[in-house]
Design a protein around this ligand. Structure first.
Ligand code: FEO
Length: 384
């Protein structure tokens, strides 16, 4: 794939991965992106996952067409991008590895202290001339690890953005960018909103016409759309109005309450209502949607004087990612002493700027006339 006259794509698609980063389902696979700039000097950007050494080296070989690379630029040390540093240097031993000081420390920890004998340490604002192209390195700590750098090529106005602006999904599958980029961002980078905001501020000072991330498609058009989503996500603002109803249910009674609420909301004119059974859904999708919409209903059972495990995990995912700026409603079920609402409220007490609905729903084992009335009142309050 040609990105510009001098820039080529040499990444790979992974349709074998079962869980990306050990936890995320990726039904459409994953891409590990890598790029080459062919100038007077040749620079290769990042390596790929360890299961794709040979296809990646073959892509590089094909693009180099007999030339030798001068630089291997490592923007991020997570092994989906760094696993093949040593394999690359076995083939091209004279290459200088270019990376941040923190990355070189990590490289030593992962691969041994002598893994990159020729090295160039770069930091904020460092530049590297390849000939026509001058690369400027920009530090991007915690997007998504502390050693991350991104790279700007002023000639072609390309930002090599590391994990930023990435998404789940291989490049040989066509799918909507927003949904899988949101699930990727919220899941993987969501905790680090302030650091992403800092990178966006730096990026605002650059004229960018192409974004080359380490996952997902190269972005060339309508860049404002992607930048706007990143700004919303990293500032923890909802993207749109809508209600997520997330529930757990042991014998179906809390499920019945969640479904009744969802139906009532739809009947009351709430067009965007999404229901998740947290024991059975993709938890990462439920978390991403909790950040997408402005209202969240949590419905669960009292369990061992606590709450049902899947709801506990869900709320933990939210708070770990700085869930804030939303309206929240609580629905509890309990057969002898319902305490779930109290436990959920306690788990959310450090979350900033949450508005709790005045109506709460208490179910004693199964829906009753009283709890049905509470659900009707809650639906009304959520639709106001
Ligand atoms: Fe795609 Fe943080 O690695």
């Amino acid at each position: 794939m040609t990105i510009s006259k001098d820039i080529r794509y040499v990444g790979v698609n992974d349709h074998q991965v079962d869980l990306f980063e050990g936890q995320y389902v990726v039904p459409n696979g994953m891409s590990y992106n890598s790029y080459v700039i062919l100038d007077e000097k040749v620079a290769v950007f990042d390596t790929v996952d360890r299961n794709f050494t040979e296809p990646w080296l073959e892509n590089v070989r094909s693009v180099l067409d007999g030339r030798q690379p001068d630089y291997l630029i490592i923007q991020h040390m997570e092994p989906d991008h760094s696993a093949n540093i040593a394999n690359f240097l076995k083939v091209y031993p004279d290459t200088t590895v270019v990376s941040s000081a923190k990355a070189f420390t990590m490289m030593g920890n992962f691969f041994g202290g002598d893994c990159a004998p020729n090295r160039l340490v770069v930091g904020e604002g460092s530049t590297l001339s390849l000939g026509r192209h001058t690369l400027t390195f920009v530090t991007a700590p915690m997007v998504h690890w502390p050693e991350v750098i991104v790279t700007y090529d002023a000639l072609d106005k390309v930002l090599f953005s590391a994990d930023g602006f990435g998404k789940f999904g291989a490049l040989d599958v066509q799918e909507d960018w927003d949904d899988e980029a949101r699930r990727y961002y919220i899941g993987i980078v969501g905790k680090y909103g302030p650091q992403v905001q800092a990178l966006l501020k730096k990026a605002a000072g650059l004229e960018i016409s192409t974004i080359c991330p380490l996952h997902g498609p190269v972005l060339t058009e309508n860049l404002g759309h992607y930048l706007n989503l990143y700004n919303l996500w990293s500032s923890y603002q909802p993207e749109e109005k809508g209600v997520v109803v997330a529930y757990t249910s042991v014998y179906g009674n809390t499920k019945a309450a969640a479904e009744l609420l969802a139906e009532t909301l739809k009947d009351s004119g709430c067009s965007k209502v999404t229901v998740y059974d947290l024991a059975r859904c993709d938890m990462a999708q439920a978390v991403a949607d909790a950040f997408r919409y402005d209202k969240l209903v949590l419905a669960t059972t009292t369990y061992n004087a606590d709450i049902f495990p899947f709801m506990k995990e869900f709320i933990h995912h939210l708070t770990e990612r700085n869930f804030q700026n939303r309206t929240v409603a609580l629905v509890e079920n309990g057969t002898w002493v319902p305490t779930a609402a109290k436990v959920m409220a306690k788990m959310l007490e450090c979350s900033k700027n949450l508005t709790f609905c005045e109506t709460s729903v208490k179910i004693l084992s199964a829906l009753s006339e009283e709890s049905r009335a509470q659900i009707a009142a809650l639906a009304k309050e959520l639709c106001e």
